[in-house]
Ligand binder design. Sequence first.
Ligand code: NAD
Length: 477
Amino acid sequence: MNTQLFINGQFVPAKNGGTIDVLNPSNGELITKVAAAEAEDVDIAVAAAKRAFPSWAATPAAERGRLLLKLADLIEENLEELAQLESLDTGHPIRDSRRLDVPRTAVCFRYFGGIADKIEGSVIPVEQGFLNYVVREPIGVVGQIVPWNFPLMFTSWKLGPALAAGNTVVMKPSELTPLSTLKIAELIKKAGFPDGVVNVVVGYGKTAGQRLAEHEDVGKIAFTGSTLTGQSIVHSSAGNLKRVQLELGGKGANIVFDDANIDAAVNGAAWAIFHNQGQACIAGSRLVLHEAIADEFLEKFIKLAESIRLGDPLNPDTEMGPLTSEAHRDKVLSYVDIAKEQGAKILSGGKVPEDPQLRNGYYVLPTVVEAKPMDRVAQEEVFGPFVTVLRFKTDAEALEIANCTEYGLGSGLWTQNLQRAHLFARQIRTGMCWINSYKRVNPGSPFGGVGKSGYGREMGFEAIHDYTEAKSIWVNV
Ligand code: NAD
């Protein structure tokens, strides 16, 4: 596969010849080297996107849609290769890459392909003698900076709405997991997108990412990643006051009431935290249990956690793979020490697996810790297979625990009392709330957070609004 930068429709080396080692997280071995963009390469990519913009914006919307639909088809045709690449590079179990990551990527591109020619304006009832209408216009060149946890799926969340709305893009994948994005670049070329409409510059955050965020010719930065980097991007982008969209960290509260269907909640809570090794911004990383059912729940939950099969991500029987990098594995393990120092109880896991076959990979056992709401492990994003259990007695206390975080991305409620569930859903301060379910996403449904989880929304028409400017036109009739 191509491992170079994708600029103006061509795969090219970085100007200074630099490369990045891409490692296999299940054994620490080198998979390949990819070109490493620096500021100069980013400048070239932005210039290509800028040249491509006028004709792409003027391309009939139905044609933009057709290309996105074609890309969705090509993704399905290349399902196996994409799934293998994603699992090799990130450590996602192959059963998930095949069943979730690749199909969801295709579905999302298809959704935005279908939307491209349905982006309507409006006519506003203003004073007599005037016609006022509003059209939605693309912003121009958009910079997109992506993290390592779901690199393939995020290409569709970000490219889909940006391209449907008529923007051109420079995307910077994470330096840790660039492979599936480079494969998507190949498919973009094959689908027939004009040169320069999509450019992919793999590179480090401090060089390529920062240059993209500060670039004067970039009209918007869409960023998914940590809250700290998001704050730095806001500073970098201030020069030309470009628009910024931030999808940041989370500390999702998953609340189980005393009337919940316990077996369904146990399964849902395990999915909420252990899918993708807990490396999900929307992970249900705080498990908030009513004291009346907490012991019964935990007995079942821990039994389930301890039965999860860790292993080689490319083995179809594997249910949990390694964390994506060694540094991240060490960060997750450091929270076990932090938990112990603060007097929290380690109920399960809290260490690397003993299996010698997994010794060289970045594995961590599913970890269950019981703590207090203001402990660091209940406040800071661990971003691993690490769930913090908190207990409550009353609904008011559950709400207080759920909202005592600076984040506000996802939350879950498990109860058979739907009146309580709806009332709670309105009072929880998060961008998304799941009732008797967790972590459902759909390209039509807005995705994003409040507070330090960021601002702006991906998916649905909300995303189209975030990738367009409203222009109000007045006609003296
Ligand atoms: P990160 O912030 O370290 O990196 C994200 C991206 O930003 C990478 O491409 C990186 O190279 C780039 N970057 C780093 N420093 C930069 C800088 N100074 N200027 C410009 N770009 C820079 O995040 P990560 O560790 O890759 O991902 C994990 C984080 O992402 C978690 O906090 C997680 O919650 C968050 N996340 C959020 C969402 C969401 O939708 N809200 C989704 C997935 C992940």
